[in-house]
Design a protein around this ligand. Structure first.
Ligand code: FYN
Ligand code: ADP
Ligand code: MG
Length: 593
């Protein structure tokens, strides 16, 4: 048993409060601050993303003093996004530490995003005095944070007594990591931190979580059912999602795809799980394979909006909600995921590592390869699309456009396959996804399930801190604005982050005008010719204005060579871009007169 629960004694608490009191006794006591720190350390947490202030300033300070890496941000939302992506990259819960009420709410967006994306994260927020908050008597930063967090988190806990800190931290870690990972809220009221208890019983109250993400072995009959269905397919397809990337079962996933010979489609954050240049990749034939496939095996991907809910025209259905006739196999850790949109004929419930290993062993060494008509038809489409893309990329228009700029990024990523690519925007996102090939797992971090804008600098900071690798952030000029102030954070910690802003002066594009002819600009455009690179200059990083692919290439190469914080303002045609990128259909518009 790892835990011994004790109540604080009144004497101990008194002695701790008394100035010049019994120093021996004080030495034998431990306070809430230290217990929180020790509980985190005991569980292998080594990095905290946050923003200090009342009531967690001293906690932040002491975390650093006790050897944890504390990365302090300029806005809690960015610290939250950083924590969440650190969780995705490491399979350890990313910790975001904030102040109460407004700081908590700023972090909450990131917590909700983590839950939606199945990223393990713990938002730890200080909170105001319970008695006053609950009677709504008007405390400093009064808010019932626990209640507000609950619907946005996988779990939410509050710790009131120092001797419960060990349990609180352990429960938060288990909730974040076990089963389907997600966001967890941990509420730590201001009064908890200075509470003292006997040091030895305090230490005994801490819990080192054993096996926080237990393997979940799939049932053998479920595995067999899935393989039988896969074997019966004439036009099978595998879809890899970010759950597959998270699972860190890279070699087995690759072996499964290669041994089966089945074409696969990577979801955006699964790009690079196998190199995008792999001959079985059907990414460049997406709109062909989805409606044509007869059996589809989803591995860590949900049939949500990104896959048109598994039905409708994308899947060859006769009308927007009609089933296209595909049979689905779904490999997922959540037993509730199957049938969420269309019938899943073969759910395989378990962790992806165990599921894929079980499939490989049940497949045996010899597995019938998919019909060559199917494989050849895909390869023909792919060759055609890749060829068309190559033609577009070879053009060198003046001014530069998305394609000519991203052609440079494509080369740089190819030459630096360990670099982590962070990507957000609308057109800046969609074009980068299809133009820039990824070569290694978990190297592409983007807007995820919500299509959220604002993750850019938070993700970049965390990616650099966690991996030590070069980070390249490809940002729409609008997307960058949500977290732009964190370039100061990038400079402060001297991180190898190269931000490239695809600057077309606006949201989607930059040429819209105010239809009334009034002085205000259109709500979709920004200051023309904005000099974003000066923002980086202001904090001691390298700022570069690039108006040609050659200038962009030089600046990116130099950024990677020097590993200096760099921001490249890549000026592109303000007429480049379409409204909402490739998801225009989701954006209702008024009928044109
Ligand atoms: C892909 N394609 C390629 C290649 N890779 N062509 C040539 N070479 C390569 N390497 C082709 C692919 O076959 C598609 O063409 C097209 O490029 C786009 O591919 P993609 O991106 O895979 O497909 P699509 O249809 O855009 O994917 C749907 C989606 C995706 C919903 C999964 O759009 C997505 O992840 N969107 C996220 C959007 C978002 O969150 N935006 C932020 C909000 S912006 P065809 O086969 O001809 O179709 C707020 O406004
Ligand atoms: P994408 O957006 O790439 O399609 P999603 O986030 O929609 O991916 O889906 C990820 C899925 O992966 C979720 O349904 C989640 O339950 C599942 N998942 C996450 N981690 C694991 C794991 N280790 N093992 C099995 N399934 C997992
Ligand atoms: Mg723009």
């Amino acid at each position: 048993m790892d835990q011994v629960a004790t109540k604080p004694t009144a004497n101990a608490a008194d002695a701790a409060r008394k100035p010049g009191g019994d120093t021996d006794r004080q030495a034998q006591e431990i306070d809430g601050f230290q217990l929180v720190i020790d509980a985190l350390k005991l569980n292998g947490i080594d990095t905290i993303f946050g923003l200090p202030g009342i009531p967690i300033t001293d906690l932040t300070r002491r975390l650093q003093a006790s050897g944890l890496r504390v990365i302090a941000f300029r806005h809690e939302q960015n610290a939250g996004y950083a924590a969440s992506i650190a969780g995705f990259m490491t399979q350890k819960p990313g910790i975001c530490l904030t102040v109460s009420a407004p700081g908590f709410l700023n972090g909450l967006t990131a917590l909700a995003n983590a839950t939606t994306n199945c990223f393990p994260m713990i938002l730890v927020s200080g909170s105001s005095e319970r008695e006053i908050v609950d009677l709504q008597q008007g405390d400093y930063e009064e808010m019932d944070q626990l209640a507000i967090a609950r619907p946005h988190a996988k779990a939410a806990f509050r710790v009131l007594h120092a001797e419960d800190i060990g349990v609180g931290v352990a429960r938060a870690i288990r909730a974040a990591l076990s089963g389907r990972p997600g966001g967890v809220y941990l509420d730590l009221p201001a009064k908890l931190f200075p509470q003292t208890i006997d040091a030895e019983s305090g230490r005994n109250s801490l819990i080192k979580v054993v096996d926080p993400a237990p393997r979940q072995i799939p049932a053998p009959d479920a595995v067999q059912r899935a393989l039988d269905l896969l074997k019966s397919a004439k036009r099978p397809l595998i879809i890899l999602g970010k759950g597959a990337a998270y699972a860190q079962a890279d070699a087995d996933i690759r072996a499964l795809v290669e041994r089966s010979g089945i074409p696969y489609l990577p979801m955006s954050m699964a790009k690079g799980l196998l190199p995008d240049t792999h001959e079985q990749s059907a990414a460049a034939a997406r709109s062909y394979v989805l409606p044509e496939a007869d059996v589809v095996m989803l591995i860590g991907a949900r049939l949500n909006w990104l896959l048109s809910q598994g039905k409708g025209k994308t899947w060859g259905g006769a009308s927007p909600k009609a089933w296209g006739g595909q049979k689905f196999i779904q490999v997922d850790i959540s037993p509730q995921e199957a049938d969420s949109n269309v019938r899943v004929d073969a759910p395989v419930v378990g962790d992806i590592g165990s599921c894929v290993a079980a499939m490989l062993s049940a497949m045996g060494a010899k597995w019938p390869q998919p019909p060559s008509e199917w494989v050849d038809a895909i390869s023909e489409r792919r060759t055609k699309n890749v060829g068309k893309m190559a033609e577009t990329l070879a053009k060198n228009p003046v001014p530069m456009n998305y394609h000519s700029a991203l052609n440079v990024v494509r080369d740089i990523v190819k030459a630096n396959p360990d670099a982590i690519l962070v990507n957000e925007g609308a057109n800046a996102l969609d074009f980068t996804r299809s133009i820039v090939d990824m070569y290694k797992p978990r190297k592409r971090l983007d807007v995820g399930t919500w299509g959220v804008m604002g993750v850019g600098m938070g993700f970049s900071v965390a990616a650099a801190v966690v991996s030590g690798d070069q980070v390249i952030a490809i940002e729409g000029d609008s997307a960058f604005g949500f977290s732009g102030m964190e370039v100061e954070t990038i400079c402060r910690y001297d991180l190898p982050v190269c931000v490239v802003i695809m600057n077309n002066n606006g949201v989607y594009r930059g040429d819209e005008v105010n239809p009334t002819g009034g002085r205000d600009p259109s709500p979709l455009v920004f200051v023309k010719g904005a000099r974003y690179e000066k923002l980086m200059d202001a904090f001691g990083g390298v700022g570069v204005l690039a108006t040609t692919p050659a200038e962009l290439r030089n600046a990116m190469e130099e950024a990677i060579r020097s590993r200096k914080p760099t921001l490249i303002n890549a000026v592109i045609d303000e007429k480049a871009g379409t409204e909402s990128g490739r998801i225009t259909s989701l954006n209702p518009t008024a009928k044109k007169k």
